[in-house]
Design a protein around this ligand. Structure first.
Ligand SMILES: Cc1cc2nc3c(=O)[nH]c(=O)nc-3n(C[C@H](O)[C@H](O)[C@H](O)COP(=O)(O)OP(=O)(O)OC[C@H]3O[C@@H](n4cnc5c(N)ncnc54)[C@H](O)[C@@H]3O)c2cc1C
Length: 306
C-alpha cells in the first residue's frame, strides 16, 4: 500500500535510530501469548523519539496503537494494520520529588514503582506490587487491586497528545473511575506520573507487599498465559464468584479456558486464538447473565484490526 511504503521511506530517513520490526507477531509482546503480526512495531527509547515517530506516523491513515507490557490486551489473530508503538522498554526512570511525592516514567513496571516507593519509605503503591504491566498502562486503565488504585494516589500525569505536545493533567482532569481514565476516550500517551504517598516505615510497607504477593500467588494462575482479570467487577457481585457459581471453572473454548484456580481469569492453555478467548468471554458472560441478570463486561482490552 502506497501510504505504508511512504511511511517506511520517511521512517528510514527521519528515524534511523529508532528500532522497528516489520511483521512482528503480537503474540511475542502480550502476556496472553496471542495475536497475529503487527505490520510495523516500533520501540522508541524516550519522549523525543516518540514525538518524532508520531510525526512520521501521520502518513498512515490510522493512529498508532500503543502497547505497554501487553498484559491487558487481547491482540487480534489477523494482526494489526499500521504501526504499533511499544513503550515497555521506553520511558524509564523514577525520582523522589519531596517528602511525599515520587515521579515515575510510564515504561516502569508497576512492581518496580511499588518497590521504589517502599524503599523510600512511602506507602500507597503496595497494591501495585505484582501487577505485571507498566505505569503507563496502569494510568490508562486505572489499575488497582486489594482496595487500592492508581487514581487514588496519582497527583498528575504527563501525557503526549497525537501532535507530540506534552500536557499535564491533574487527577481530576484524568477522569478516573473503576478501571477507566479519560485516555480511553481522548487519545494521549502517558509519559510519566506523579504519585502522592504517605511516609511509613519501609519494613512495614515491604511486609504488606509480601503479604499481597503471597495472596496473588496462592489464588491466581500465574503459571499460565493470561491478561489478568477477564471481566470487570460488576455492580452487585464479583465476576469470579458469579462464574464459579455458574459452574464454569475450567470451561473451555478451543485453547482458551476459565482458570480452574481462579474463575476470574481466562487462560491460554496452549494454542488459544483471540477468537477462542472472545468466544469464551461471550459464552461465560451470557451464561452468568441468564442465571443472575448481571452482565459481565470484559476488563481485558480487546483490540481489533482496523
Ligand atoms: C497475571 C496478571 C495479573 C494482573 N493483575 C492485575 C491487577 O491486580 N489489577 C489490575 O488492574 N490489572 C491487573 N492485570 C492487568 C494488567 O497488568 C494491568 O491492566 C496493567 O495496568 C496493564 O499495563 P500494560 O503496560 O501491560 O498495558 P497494555 O496491556 O500494554 O495496554 C493496556 C491498555 O493501556 C494502553 N496503554 C499502555 N501504555 C500506555 C501509555 N503509556 N499511555 C497510554 N496508553 C497506554 C494500551 O493502549 C491499552 O489500551 C494483571 C495482568 C496479569 C497478566
Amino acid at each position: 500500500m502506497k501510504e505504508f511504503t511512504d511511511f517506511q521511506e520517511k521512517f528510514a530517513r527521519n528515524c534511523p535510530d529508532i528500532r522497528i520490526l516489520y511483521n512482528e507477531p503480537m503474540a511475542k509482546h502480550t502476556s496472553f501469548r496471542i495475536g497475529g503480526a503487527a505490520e510495523a512495531m516500533a520501540f522508541p527509547k524516550n519522549a523525543e523519539e516518540l514525538a518524532r515517530l508520531l510525526k512520521v506516523s501521520r502518513l498512515l491513515d490510522r493512529t498508532p496503537a500503543i502497547l505497554g507490557a501487553g498484559t491487558n490486551v487481547l491482540a487480534p489473530d489477523e494482526g494489526m494494520a499500521g504501526l504499533v508503538i511499544c513503550l515497555k522498554d521506553c520511558l524509564d526512570g523514577m525520582e523522589r520529588l519531596d517528602e511525599t511525592h515520587i515521579r515515575v516514567m510510564a515504561g516502569v513496571t508497576m512492581t518496580r514503582a511499588a518497590m521504589f516507593a517502599a524503599r523510600q519509605g512511602l506507602s500507597g503503591l503496595e497494591f501495585a506490587h505484582g501487577i505485571p504491566g507498566t505505569v503507563g498502562g496502569g494510568v490508562y486503565m486505572n489499575a488497582g487491586a486489594y482496595g487500592g488504585d492508581i487514581g487514588s494516589v496519582l497527583t498528575r500525569a504527563e501525557v503526549m497528545d497525537p501532535e507530540g505536545n506534552v500536557i499535564t493533567f491533574s487527577r481530576e482532569d484524568m477522569g478516573f473511575s473503576y478501571r477507566h481514565s479519560r485516555l480511553e476516550d481522548t487519545p494521549g500517551i502517558v509519559l510519566a506520573a506523579v504519585f502522592c504517598l504517605t511516609p511509613l516505615d519501609s519494613g512495614d510497607i515491604l511486609n504488606r507487599m509480601k503479604e499481597l504477593m503471597a495472596k496473588r500467588s496462592a489464588s491466581q494462575p500465574l503459571d499460565l498465559p493470561s491478561a489478568g482479570s477477564a471481566f470487570k467487577r460488576p455492580v452487585g457481585g464479583y465476576a469470579a464468584a458469579l462464574i464459579d457459581e455458574a459452574g464454569l471453572k475450567g470451561y473451555q473454548v478451543g485453547g482458551a479456558a476459565i482458570s480452574r484456580k481462579h474463575a476470574g481469569f481466562a487462560v491460554n492453555l496452549g494454542g488459544a486464538t483471540a477468537g477462542d478467548v472472545k468466544e469464551l468471554l461471550r459464552q461465560v458472560s451470557d451464561r452468568v447473565y441468564e442465571r443472575t441478570g448481571i452482565r459481565l463486561e470484559p476488563e481485558v482490552r480487546i483490540w481489533e484490526r482496523s
